[in-house]
Write a protein of this length. Structure first.
Length: 113
């Protein structure tokens, strides 16, 4: 089944990362209900999440609050550190420049006209 396939892939990539002493970044879909629930994503929202949660050293989510309509927060994305095996969790707000698909430091971020 698909969950077992994903589990085998994540375990093998974790072993490979340790052998080569390099970080490996994986992308994962979230379950469809996440957007409908109107809340920030959580580890349990990862598709085939059991093995991903278990094998990952770090898990980040990018979240854009769409509930407020348009306004001054349109260019702000929240980077949620949901899991960090070797450090703390939390979140940080980033500047988002959609036309270039670029993130930046919110303190120095401004969108050029």
């Amino acid at each position: 089944n698909r969950a077992q396939e994903v589990g085998e892939i994540t375990r093998n990539l974790k072993i490979l990362a340790k052998e080569l002493q390099v970080p490996i970044m994986l992308l994962s879909q979230l379950v469809r209900d996440t957007e409908k629930k109107g809340r920030k994503p959580m580890l349990s929202d990862l598709r085939e999440s059991g093995s991903i949660e278990q094998d990952a050293d770090m898990v980040f989510f990018l979240y854009k609050d769409e509930s407020g309509g348009t306004g001054e927060n349109d260019n702000i994305i929240e980077c949620i550190i949901a899991k960090n095996r070797h450090g703390s969790t939390g979140s940080v707000k980033l500047g988002w420049e959609g036309r270039f698909t670029r993130f930046g430091n919110l303190d120095t971020y401004h969108e050029e006209p």
